[in-house]
Design a protein around this ligand. Sequence first.
Ligand SMILES: Nc1ncnc2c1ncn2[C@@H]1O[C@H](COP(=O)(O)OP(=O)(O)O)[C@@H](O)[C@H]1O
Ligand SMILES: CC(C)(COP(=O)(O)O)[C@@H](O)C(=O)NCCC(=O)O
Ligand SMILES: [K+]
Length: 262
Amino acid sequence: MANSFLGLVIGNSRLHWAWFVDNTLKKAWDTNHLTPAAVAQLIKDWRSNVMSAEIFPSQLAAQGSDPSKLLPLYIASVVPAQTALWQNYSDTTILTLEDLPLSGLYPTLGIDRALAVFGAGHRYSYPVLVIDAGTALTFTGANQNLQLIGGAILPGLGLQLQSLAQKTGALPAIELPAQLPKRWSLETSEAIASGVVYTVLASIRDFIEDWQREFPNSPIAMTGGDSEQLVTYFQSQFPAIAAQIIVDPYLIFWGILSVVGS
Ligand SMILES: Nc1ncnc2c1ncn2[C@@H]1O[C@H](COP(=O)(O)OP(=O)(O)O)[C@@H](O)[C@H]1O
Ligand SMILES: CC(C)(COP(=O)(O)O)[C@@H](O)C(=O)NCCC(=O)O
Ligand SMILES: [K+]
């Protein structure tokens, strides 16, 4: 059993880090993706027992790692080009679908989805539905036999907004509004917000209702960078659904802990 280790989840927008000590999650934080040069420097520093304060929280940077051994690093990545940068770090383990005790997985399933559904089932209960509102918005469900039932993938909220701005001549890039926008808008920015937000809320509700027809008592867990914002919208639009959603930013880390910890 590794008594202290790092988890690194490489998503399509950013890196999600966690520091585990004695089978608990001590700290979690996010950074941007790193350049090849930055990763090489990080590994070099790490070997001389220096943990860059730019990447690591002060607690960990100040402590450094045990000089006698490097902190093991467990990586779960859905971005192969970023994974490749870490291959020079000797104490790296890349987590794969084979590390998970789930059945019914298909070979190209994202490891982030598999770990999140495993983490959620382990922490809450099976059957379980996970909604990950990240770069992509994904639904991933597993039954009481730890069998993958399946799921769905669509562009995440940020990606929907970006693609409209990038692929049209007249639509501006907008941020998600803090509160539910007006549905019938007389203004472009708000019309975009309305279209994206109300459509995503209706879709999520539909997926949840469909899941609950088969698995009525299943917990519904939501994670990912847009999860809190989405639940805020749900509270205004569909409060009964909002009340059933568990927001947990750490689902993937619970998955890593169940796989790696003892
Ligand atoms: N500081 C941030 N940097 C980037 N995205 C953020 C940030 N805070 C919230 N987000 C939202 O999180 C979404 C990305 O979710 P995240 O779970 O970080 O992605 P991934 O795991 O795919 O890298 C974006 O669509 C964006 O709207
Ligand atoms: C669907 C995803 C792009 C989600 O990535 P994320 O938004 O978390 O960065 C990722 O899980 C992935 O590349 N999956 C492979 C295809 C699949 O899960 O079927
Ligand atoms: K994600």
